[in-house]
Design a protein. Structure first.
Length: 640
């Protein structure tokens, strides 16, 4: 399935519309007209219609579900406008299943109609396509502008290599910005002084419960991503830089040497210079890229160890409201909240870019050891490495951008504490440990995805604004029956998460084929059987014959079915393993490693801690290659 430069093959949309028509035959003629209009609009306006305009209409639709009404004029202009009934807007037949002619939400709306409409609108939302230089420049400028607008921190995060934190001499409080304003009530009408006092108290109590920080407890490690000072295929265990700021808390001889006496053999490479992080644009959607900061090797090495330390030392009250490794608690609560309306889901815009050092130093001010560790491992400068726009390098006011190993756990803890303080204020409770623990049970936070009691969401928005954080209004829902959090979109207790395409065309590369089959299976399990069948037929016969069909996921590429297992290709009984097997295609990533003979090999062994029964060898990955290989895997026929 190929697409020309100016035109996309929209046969997947045709199959999707067939599924909708099978659900509601009365919409057949209307859907045929909508599909023809879709083809015509894409031909005249190009891919932005399905990748930008339609997802924008999807956000408008979600907001309308929360409000209970829709203004059709809020839809993109490419959807058309109704003029005295002579012109039918795009997808009006599907909108009419949810809203009446006046735009009011139908009292007995069918959740299936919501699912279908959201799928059509968001079908191509997550297809990764290179965006224009103008879109990259817009994101680069936004990154810099957001940082410039943040408050200057009270402590010296950027000016010195040695960070001294003395609470007796320099007290920091969330009331600082409030007290500095001549008319705080005019600037922050929804953020009263008592709320900030509660936030101070909750921050002090919870940050102190992390316990004393000891740098010897850190178990650092390297990540798989790109770094600022080590190109792909280079040995990350040979640290080219170890800045003095990092050395002030995390000694080079302890973390980079495999023996205590190695300083007698190897010259220490502690450097007075600190390399900046490199801001790069990672393809996300046609609308714009995702901005990631590539960290220096030494900083990322310690950051990932510090991330694990924060997870392991999380205070008991926060363990009930924070889940670092799984989104399921948030997804489950989101589904329940859409039915009960008791909880609201909150999403933040540019959450990591707006979390300032000013906020972080106040959240953790009762635990100087943690602040010292965050200061030492933080990269304080970033340079524009996108090659788009003017080159620049800035001192960051934000704590850390996306790409830092500590960004996710630190922002999760910060937002959880802010939510707890808000709930205490709304309940008029004192910030005792018992009340804090009680409120923590009513909150679920995963990164910038927040779930908390609906009645407290407006106050939370005011407090976040005071902290220079921005609530994403189009993705925040605390009224009505619609909720979304951590990939779960729900309405009235029903999962209405749309199906997202990974690509409009099938390529026979290993990665693309695996993604294609994942979407195909997801379509089948969601009841989009025409679409699933169409996608299966687009797989070349030579590959399709090697993909088994099963009601369970097998250890290879598998087409899912609600029926008992049926097989394609060869089957056998393994005389060595005593089981039935089928020959399938398995996706694997092969690492090309380069071995070394140096002290770094022993250090790598201590860091990676391989299992004694695992076949392990030292070295570093030069490149990764994804491929499909034929493999015998077990299969089981399910019987009732």
């Amino acid at each position: 399935m190929k697409r020309t430069k100016d035109m996309a093959d929209l046969s997947l949309y045709a199959a999707l519309f067939q599924d909708i028509a099978a659900w509601e035959p009365d919409l057949h003629d209307c859907l045929v007209a909508d599909y023809q209009r879709l083809v015509h609009t894409v031909k005249s306006r190009g891919m932005p219609f399905i990748m930008i305009d339609m997802p924008e209409a999807g956000r408008t639709f979600d907001s309308a579900l929360s409000r209970g009404f829709i203004d059709f004029d809020d839809l993109p202009g490419t959807f058309g406008r109704s003029r005295e009934g002579t012109y039918r807007p795009f997808l009006s037949c599907l909108f009419s299943k949810v809203f009446n002619g006046a735009g009011i939400l139908n009292s007995s709306v069918d959740e299936t109609s919501i699912f279908f409409l959201r799928t059509v609108l968001n079908f191509a939302k997550k297809i990764e396509e290179p965006c224009s230089d103008a879109a990259i420049l817009r994101e680069v400028d936004a990154f810099k502008e957001i940082d410039n607008a943040l408050r200057d921190p009270t402590l010296c995060w950027n000016a010195s290599d040695v960070f001294t934190f003395d609470m007796s001499k320099r007290r920091v409080s969330f009331l600082d910005a409030y007290s500095d304003s001549p008319n705080p009530g005019d600037l922050w009408p929804g953020c009263p002084r008592p709320l900030l006092e509660i936030l101070d108290a909750v921050s002090s109590r919870l940050s102190s419960l992390f316990g004393n920080f000891d740098w010897r407890d850190i178990n650092p490690r390297h990540g798989p991503g790109a770094t600022a000072d080590a190109k792909t295929g280079t040995d990350k265990y040979l640290f080219s830089y170890w800045p003095e700021k990092l050395e002030s808390v995390f000694p080079y001889t302890f973390f980079a040497f495999s023996r205590e006496d190695m300083h007698l053999e190897v010259t220490c490479t502690v450097s007075p210079d600190e390399l900046p992080a490199r801001l790069i644009a990672v393809p996300k959607t046609l609308k714009g890229p995702r901005m990631i900061a590539s960290e220096p090797v030494a900083h990322q090495f310690i950051q990932l160890g510090l991330m694990e330390w924060i997870r392991n030392h999380l205070p008991k009250p926060l363990k009930t409201s924070v889940s670092f490794k799984s989104q399921e608690p948030s997804r489950d609560l989101c589904l329940k909240a859409s039915k009960s309306e008791r909880y609201g889901t909150v999403d933040l815009s540019s959450a990591s870019d707006r979390l300032s050092c000013w906020v972080v130093e106040r959240i953790f001010r009762a635990n100087p050891g943690i602040i010292d560790a965050l200061f030492a491992s933080r990269t304080r400068r970033v340079t524009n490495a996108t090659r788009i726009g003017d080159p620049w390098i800035i001192d960051l006011k934000k704590f850390a951008p996306m790409g830092s190993g500590v960004t996710f756990p630190v922002q999760t803890v910060c937002y959880a504490i802010v939510c707890i303080a808000t709930l205490l204020y709304e309940r008029n409770d004192k910030p005792t440990l018992a009340n804090i623990s009680s409120c923590a049970k009513e909150i679920q936070v995963f990164g910038d995805d927040i779930i908390m009691p609906s009645f407290a969401v407006p106050t939370l928005a005011h407090l976040l604004a005071y902290l220079q954080l921005k609530v994403n209004g189009t993705k925040t829902h605390y009224k009505g029956h619609f909720r979304e959090s951590c990939g779960m979109d729900a309405y009235n207790g029903v999962d209405v998460t749309p199906l997202y395409l990974s690509s409009l065309e099938l390529e026979t590369t290993a990665t693309n084929l695996e993604s294609w089959i994942d979407v195909c299976n997801n379509a089948y399990l969601k009841g989009l059987w025409c679409l699933s069948d169409h996608m299966v037929r687009l797989i070349p016969a030579r590959l399709r014959s090697r993909i088994p069909v099963s009601s369970k996921a097998l250890g290879c590429l598998t087409l899912r079915s609600l029926l008992p297992t049926s097989l394609n290709g060869k089957v056998r009984f393994s005389r060595t393993l005593h089981r039935d097997e089928v020959l399938g295609l398995s996706f694997e990533v092969k690492e090309d490693k380069r071995r070394r003979e140096s002290h770094s090999s022993l250090l790598q062994y201590f860091i990676e801690k391989p299992h004694p029964e695992t076949r392990w060898e030292s070295g570093y990955v030069v490149r990764n290659r994804s491929r499909l290989r034929k493999r015998w895997v077990p299969w089981y026929i399910t019987t009732e």
